[in-house]
Design a protein around this ligand. Structure first.
Ligand code: DGY
Length: 312
């Protein structure tokens, strides 16, 4: 039986199994295994993870391909322009991971500013000598300014959280979208990027990685942040210059960095492991059971709809 749906993972929940009941020509094999490569010849649908980049050369081997499903909202690992030319639909998972990712950005911010990792390490080491007036003093956030890069759903969900802990919120995005005010406070009008950076005690990144955002926060741009600012990234590595950020961190110009994503992940720049005042997570933005199940459902529904639509 020739393969119609070629997936690399069973995903979370029953949805890919259910899809297999409707399309028995579904096959789950490891990415880039010999079986995966062989399946490209007949595949009408590919299902990949955000860590499995597809190239134009891969897709040239798929003459029947109608749809690519990615278990992520980000699509920077797919050759979108090429897919558009060939009429290959891309199904991703917007909407259902908005809250989970914004929660994780807030988690990073609070863990960083309240020195949660250091506190926990102290307790676990058995070295804690008791309450002290100056033990692990962190930074308060209420009344400070939070700059948000990207005014899409995740940026806005993070804005609501930042506002709820008393921060002043500003957005910036390259397209110049005006951000709807949907949580009862006035958001300052959109600023120029340099102005946003100059004012941001906290800068949180919520834009996709595209040709126009890759390297957007260069050494010069990062240097505009006020002394002691905190940088949070749950979007994609590659948006800011990691070496420059580490230099500014070591010089104490940046107060701390919280990262869930890295350029070239999971192969981190080893300097991150030595860097002071950082909280580093292994790309957990969407990692709740509820979210991953909702992502599976959305993705499998989209694949089914694409295949049924194509055969009608
Ligand atoms: C995505 O789905 O693109 C996010 O990076 C998950 O954290």
């Amino acid at each position: 039986m020739s393969i119609r749906i070629l997936a690399t993972s069973p995903l979370v929940g029953p949805y890919i199994g259910n899809l297999g009941l409707r399309f028995p020509e579904l096959c789950v094999v490891p990415f880039r295994s010999p079986a995966w490569t062989a399946g490209l010849a007949t595949a009408e649908a590919l299902v990949v993870l955000l860590s499995e980049p597809l190239t134009e050369a891969d897709l040239e081997l798929c003459p029947n391909l109608k749809v690519i499903g990615t278990y992520s909202v980000g699509i920077n690992h797919l050759p979108s322009a090429y897919c558009q030319q060939r009429g290959i639909r891309i199904v991703n998972t917007p909407g259902v991971l908005t809250d989970a990712t914004a929660d994780l950005a807030l988690t990073l911010l609070l863990a960083l500013t309240r020195r949660v990792s250091e506190g926990e390490a102290l307790v676990r080491s058995g070295q804690w000598k008791g309450w002290a007036t100056d033990l692990l003093l962190g930074a308060g956030l209420s009344g400070k300014t939070c700059g948000i890069l990207g005014s899409g759903p995740i940026g806005r969900a993070f804005a609501r959280r930042a506002w709820a802990i008393g921060m002043k919120v500003f957005f910036w995005d390259r397209e110049g979208n005006q951000s709807p005010v949907d949580f009862g406070v006035d958001i300052a009008p959109r600023l120029l990027l340099d102005d946003l950076l100059r004012q941001s005690s906290v800068l949180s990144l919520h834009c996709p990685l595209t040709d126009s955002t890759r390297g957007l926060l260069s050494r010069e741009k990062l240097a505009l942040l006020p002394r002691g600012a905190f940088l949070i990234n749950t979007a994609r590595g590659g948006i800011f210059d990691e070496e420059a950020a580490m230099d500014l961190l070591n010089q104490e110009k940046i107060g701390g960095i919280g990262l869930d994503v890295f350029e070239n992940e999971p192969a981190l720049n080893p300097k991150w492991l030595e860097a002071p005042r950082t909280v580093l997570l292994p790309h957990l933005g969407s990692a709740t059971v509820e979210t991953r199940e909702a992502m599976s459902k959305l993705l499998c529904d989209g694949i089914e709809e694409s295949l049924r639509g194509a055969s009608e």
